[in-house]
Design a protein around this ligand. Structure first.
Ligand SMILES: C[S@@+](CC[C@H](N)C(=O)[O-])C[C@H]1O[C@@H](n2cnc3c(N)ncnc32)[C@H](O)[C@@H]1O
Length: 220
């Protein structure tokens, strides 16, 4: 599950690029019923990378209609699973970052239920979000000092929310960190002392710690 960033191929991460170079097939969602890629930004990014870095993987269109019906997700999951059987290592690409309103997690839910072995082998590769790039374009921070960031789906409505807690101080007790969903603690991500724990854990011992209270259930 490869995040492609918001549009500029230069914002694709090295990890995503290495993956796209290594796989046998790249599944690219398209909204066109004829499976053409004429309107697909993901396709344009992949093609640009293909010409810059000589990607060899075959490109496979995955029909991804705009309506969010379970049967459509199941069909897409099946097409990706078939692609793995037919061609070998397969990447499914998504715009921006997979964590932000991406079909990746509908598909992973289906893999977990219907293709558990495949689910275990899946990896999600993070990317640059559209709003990180938007902020960079206008040179304005999304949060700084004591301010916070909120991401809301439109149209506005009361909804469940995930929350990220970051920038703690060493020695800070953790009891005050709220938990309404599933709280995880991440320390020294990608470093030698990386720790990922379910729950708050004890007091903070590294500034490089963040918490995510993942909302429990999706509504769609
Ligand atoms: C289904 S969400 C996917 C978000 C994406 N995963 C991300 O990390 O930004 C699609 C929405 O993201 C925003 N978006 C994504 N790419 C964008 C871009 N290149 N320019 C402006 N908005 C963008 C728009 O609000 C769009 O309706």
């Amino acid at each position: 599950m490869v995040s492609l960033g918001p549009g500029d191929p230069s914002l694709v991460t090295l990890k995503a690029l290495d993956t796209l170079k290594a796989v046998d097939a790249i599944c690219i969602p398209t909204k066109s019923g004829d499976r053409s890629f004429t309107k697909s930004l993901s396709y344009r990014i992949v093609e640009e990378l293909a010409s810059r870095y000589s990607l060899k993987a075959r490109r496979v269109p995955i029909y991804a209609p705009m309506n969010y019906r379970e049967e459509d997700w199941r069909e897409q999951a099946k097409e990706i699973a078939d692609c793995l059987d037919r061609y070998g290592e397969t990447a499914f690409v998504t715009l921006g970052d997979a964590a932000i309103y991406s079909s990746v997690y509908y598909l992973l839910d289906i893999f977990e239920r219907d293709y558990p072995e495949l689910y275990e082998k899946c990896e999600v590769i993070a990317g640059v979000t559209s709003f990180s790039q938007a902020s960079a374009k206008v040179k304005k921070p999304l949060c700084l000092g004591e301010s916070a960031l909120s991401i809301e789906p439109l149209p506005l409505r009361e909804t469940q929310r995930s929350r990220v807690y970051m920038r703690p101080w060493v020695g800070m007790p953790t009891e005050s960190i709220p938990e309404s969903g599933e709280l995880y603690r991440f320390e020294n991500l990608d470093g030698e002392r990386e720790k990922i724990l379910l729950g708050r854990g004890d007091e903070i011992d590294s500034y490089m710690t963040l918490f995510i209270d993942f909302c429990r259930k999706r509504e769609e």
